[in-house]
Design a protein. Structure first.
Lengths: 306, 357, 360
């Protein structure tokens, strides 16, 4: 055993990277769920974003174009879900699962020509002064742009939900769609926009895996990250700040687990891998006491009568 | 099987009706556990299939089914290939062992080849590769090139094949450089690019400047490339896109010669059940190009080691060797028997850490 | 302008008409996809839908439909009871896994004793395992008011890790050369869920699925509990006045769906799959949710939907190996089918009215 070989600074820095894809996807899903819609298709949208972004980046040579394409790809796929649940009023759970199935297949088809191709590298941001600060520098200031996009998005969503009218409308729609409708809010329009936003974020998260974290394209490469993002939203009790915490926790458990193994600590891997989910359940239980519950209309179908 | 007979009759009738028609092509089926685009395990098996097609041209017809889950679905996939008239079926994952045996019982005239298993029947052969021979060479290169004396090893599941690889690499690393130390991570997956990348990163951050992997994606290669001063080896596939650095060599599963040979056997009617465990000598285990990033003398030594293993002059598990707990395993000059190797569940002396249970 | 108007009663006509309509639309869209991939669309569609039922080897594929469909139907029946009452168990995959573990574990505990009692014990253990796993979200919901959708989903991941731990540890085959996975129950006769009549695909799981369909039908139509379930789903408040005790309903619905999912896992592991292994679960628990909705939460509908799903799986496999269609194309095709089936349901509950803009 050689715990000294684990460098806390590097550990935290790689935790920031490991957390980013699930953070991005979870932030999108947070907005979706806050509008009262449960989209279980995150995995499908992530993997679609992963291939759209990868293909675009390879074809154009620009990782930036890749991320734009990934967001678009995720949003277009989520449009299917929006059409089903908001226009055709289909059940959200079933539609989301179907979306995941569809997305996994579609991405594999699209990606057939991209196996074994290397994407253009995404440059790291070298922030001149901040990056040189000991300890904090490498943890916070030595990453690629998308890490900061994730953090920025987190702050923006937090502020949006808390301080803006748009956030208020979103929450109103999610808490009680009938009341929101009575107040004259366009429930369906708000929800469709939220779903598109969620799709775009999931797409970005997927592209982060295929363009930066791994970086390569292989079928099924998101390997369940979308489901973790779903768990994360619940863990965070639908609060943006806690999503960030949760992403670090979920990403951190994996990174820590691998680091402990590398240091020669004998750990029961499976039981450690369970822990984030058990913690999430625990959080759900605790949350029920402080009354910050799921959005009231979560998963319910809205149809304006009259 | 009643329908089998009807079918055989129909084929016979067709044959009689058109006596001049060319012989039916031999139909060869492949059952894959992953997608052919995985860039590793299944990808290499599919290359073997394509080689069969190329070699025999019109005389064969190949069919395959990818991403077949192990268990009940595998049994159906294999059965359906047999029903469709396959003469020879390769099932290319350990988890297909039971379904292969079950289906083989129902189709005594069809030949089956199961990769990496241990159960055979009159019409079921097994084949596997002595990947550990390649690991010995990797271990040598790794230990000769490391500066930090820390070698990271991404292992998949604690099964004999993986443990064998770790031991073979470790023994030869120690021979080349007595100061090396192995850090082993059990990823509990064969294929999860994100997790493999994280594992590689964790090893690199803890000082490893060589990464050996027994998982199938190229993610660790990319992680090493990002880190800059870390070398890697291709696994299952050449992973040539990371040449010449960080990937300095590779172990390639080359199934093509075996697949061609066995197809030929079926064509000639000389196919017999067997258990083969082929290595470098037979060409099933190939050592990918050792790039110029490797110093010339190390490369020469590695190639000499490869030649010795190939000729049979040297066995990678040659005593004196002790087990991890210090108990004697192989005496001076003694080589390990295949039985022990196939069921290997212990580390050799010097490796720290425990095999997870 | 078009406007949706809720029908006072779901349309009977459309209930029967929508599934064929969706299948037809899928055939067109799927055909276009296959044509795009350079395959003959008619041949591909025919392979998927015709080959398993009436093709040359239908004698084999027919029974396989039962093997593939039975776990889907068994799980979906259980889920549909809860879904009708507005109780959302989406963690059937986890209950399926745990049922398989407890079922197989109970059987292996007897190994190698040759006792007739082994299989019945496994059935009870499998059902109990699934039931217990489903009781976690049920009890947490009752005690703390936690959302059962989320808790049951989280428990799927926990169950998957448990499965890995069992395959590598407690249940690992001692004679398996260190490979992960339990002993093969197919080779331990007292624990083997064999075909009841060889070549028919009928194993105990299929029988259980059929019994479940009948049971659910009777429950929903003839029993006061079924009435309570339907009432709670349609009008929760009225249900209170009608004497429904919501807590007992939660316990019943979650427990029932868990037990059935556990049974499905147990029948699968002791029959078609044969052993506990890391990749034992292939998503039946999630697919069953879709099956439940495709079947409109009606027992007979679920039976048909389960068989339809099984048909696309098996036909898809045939299309893969006969026509060289990539597995991914089949997945996309299935996804489309689900989308269309979900979308056309609109016509059952709503009618579309054309509203002329008022001319002023």
């Amino acid at each position: 055993m050689d715990l000294a070989s684990i460098s806390p600074v590097l550990l935290l820095a790689s935790l920031m990277v490991a957390a980013t894809p699930i953070l991005l996807a979870a932030l999108g899903e947070l907005v979706v769920e806050r509008s009262g819609v449960l989209n279980l298709g995150v995995e499908g949208m992530m993997i679609t974003g992963a291939i759209c972004g990868f293909a675009a980046a390879v074809e154009t040579g620009s990782p930036f174009a890749g991320f734009v394409a990934a967001a678009l790809g995720g949003a277009v796929l989520s449009l299917l879900f929006a059409g089903l649940t908001q226009v055709a009023l289909a059940n959200q759970v079933a539609s989301g699962l179907a979306l995941t199935l569809f997305g996994l297949g579609l991405s594999a088809l699209m990606g057939q020509g991209y196996v074994g191709v290397k994407p253009p590298p995404t440059p790291r941001l070298d922030i001149p002064v901040l990056g040189d600060i000991p300890i904090l520098g490498p943890i916070l200031f030595g990453h690629d742009v998308m890490v900061y996009v994730g953090l920025g998005l987190c702050a923006a969503i937090w502020a949006m939900l808390k301080y803006t009218r748009a956030g208020l409308v979103l929450r109103a729609v999610g808490e009680n769609h009938d009341a929101a409708h009575a107040l004259g809010y366009k429930v369906v329009r708000v929800r469709v926009m939220a779903i598109l936003f969620g799709g775009a974020c999931a797409g970005l998260g997927g592209a982060y895996i295929s363009l930066i974290r791994v970086p390569q394209w292989t079928e099924g490469m998101t390997a369940g990250a979308g489901w973790i993002a779903l768990a994360l939203v619940v863990f965070a009790s639908w609060k943006a700040g806690r999503v960030l915490l949760g992403a670090w926790l979920f990403g951190g458990v994996t990174v820590l687990q691998l680091n402990l193994q590398a240091a020669g600590v004998a750990i029961p891997v499976e039981y450690l891998s369970m822990s984030p989910y058990l913690i999430t359940i625990l959080v759900l239980v605790i949350m029920s006491a402080d009354r910050s519950r799921a959005p009231g209309s979560l998963g319910r179908i809205f149809h304006a009568t009259g | 099987m009643r329908l089998e007979k009807i079918l055989a009759g129909a084929i016979l009738a067709a044959g009689l009706a058109v006596p001049a028609a060319a012989q039916d092509p031999t139909k060869v089926g492949f059952i894959y556990v992953g997608p052919i685009g995985d860039g590793g395990w299944t990808y290499e098996h599919d290359k073997g299939r394509l080689a069969v097609e190329e070699h025999f041209g019109d005389k064969v017809e190949t069919v395959f089914q990818e991403s077949v889950p192990e268990g009940a679905d595998a049994e159906r996939a294999i059965t359906q290939m047999a029903l469709r008239g396959a003469d020879l079926i390769f099932t290319t994952s350990f988890g297909f062992m039971e379904p292969t045996i079950t289906v083989a019982k129902k189709f005594p005239d069809v030949k089956f080849e199961h990769a990496t298993g241990f159960k055979t029947a009159d019409n079921v052969s097994t084949y596997s590769a002595r990947f550990y021979e390649g690991r010995a060479i990797q271990g040598h290169i790794a230990a000769s090139m490391t500066e930090s004396n820390v070698i990271g090893y991404i292992a998949s599941y604690p099964i004999p094949e993986v443990i064998r690889g770790i031991n073979a690499a470790y023994i030869h690393a120690r021979k080349a450089n007595p100061d090396v130390e192995f850090k082993i991570i059990w990823a509990y997956t064969w294929f999860d690019p994100a997790k493999e990348a994280d594992a590689a990163t964790a090893l690199i951050e803890q000082g490893a400047d060589v990464i050996l992997q027994h998982t199938d994606s190229t993610a660790p290669q990319a992680a090493a490339e990002k880190a800059g001063d870390v070398i890697t080896f291709g696994q299952a596939s050449d992973m040539a896109e990371y040449k010449p650095y960080p990937r300095v060599s590779s172990i390639i599963d080359n199934w093509a010669p075996y697949y061609i040979e066995r197809t030929q056997d079926v064509m000639d009617g000389t196919w017999e059940s067997q258990q083969v465990w082929h290595g470098i000598n037979e060409g099933m285990v190939e050592i990918g190009e050792i790039t110029d990033a490797v110093p010339e003398d190390v490369k020469t030594q590695a190639l000499a080691l490869k030649a010795e293993i190939a000729s049979g002059d040297y066995h990678p598990f040659t005593g004196p060797l002790n087990k991890q707990d210090g108990s004697a395993w192989l005496a001076e000059g003694e080589t390990a028997d295949d039985g022990t190797l196939l069921g290997m569940d212990f580390y050799v002396e010097g490796i720290s850490g425990k095999i997870p249970q | 302008m078009l406007k949706l108007e809720q029908r006072p009663e779901p349309s009977r006509l459309w209930t029967y008409l929508t599934p064929p309509l969706a299948v037809a639309v899928t055939m067109i869209a799927g055909g276009a996809l296959f044509a795009l991939l350079g395959k003959n669309p008619v041949e591909a569609i025919a392979t998927i839908f015709w080959e398993p039922l009436f093709g040359e080897f239908a004698f084999y594929y027919g029974p396989q439909l039962l093997v593939k469909g039975a776990p889907l139907i068994l799980i979906a029946i259980g889920l549909s009871l809860g879904f009708r009452a507005g109780i959302w168990n989406i963690g059937a995959e986890g209950q399926y896994i745990v049922g398989a573990i407890t079922g197989a574990g109970a059987g292996l505990a007897f190994y190698p004793a040759d006792l007739w009692v082994v299989f019945p014990v496994m059935v009870v253990a499998g059902a109990a395992g699934g039931w217990a796993w489903a009781m976690i979200p049920a009890l947490l919901k009752l005690r703390f008011g936690t959302n059962e959708i989320l808790v049951s989903l989280m428990l799927v991941y926990v169950a998957e890790q448990l499965l890995a731990a069992m395959s590598l540890g407690l249940l690992k085959n001692p004679d398996g050369f260190g490979f992960p996975g339990s002993r093969n129950l197919q080779q331990y006769a007292p624990a083997h869920n064999a075909e009841l009549v060889a070549g028919t695909g009928m194993h105990w799981g299929v029988v259980a699925a059929l019994i479940a369909v009948i049971f659910a039908y009777v429950l929903l139509n003839r029993h006061v509990l079924g009435y309570h379930i339907r009432l709670t789903g349609q009008a929760p408040r009225a249900a209170r006045f009608a004497g429904v005790r919501p807590k007992r309903l939660v316990l019943f619905c979650l427990g029932m769906s868990g037990a059935l999912a556990g049974l499905a896992g147990m029948f699968e592991v002791s029959g078609p799959a044969g052993q506990i292994s890391i990749d034992f679960n292939v998503g039946y628990g999630f697919t069953a949710i879709i099956v439940a909705f495709l079947g409109r939460l009606h027992p007979v509908g679920i039976l048909l939907a389960g068989l339809l799903m099984a048909l696309t799986y098996i036909g898809g496999e045939i299309a893969q190996s006969n026509l060289g269609l990539p597995a991914a194309a089949i997945q996309v095709f299935q996804g489309m089918l689900l989308f269309f089936l979900l979308a056309v349901d609109l016509f059952t509950n709503f009618r579309i009215r054309v509203i002329r803009p008022e001319t002023a």
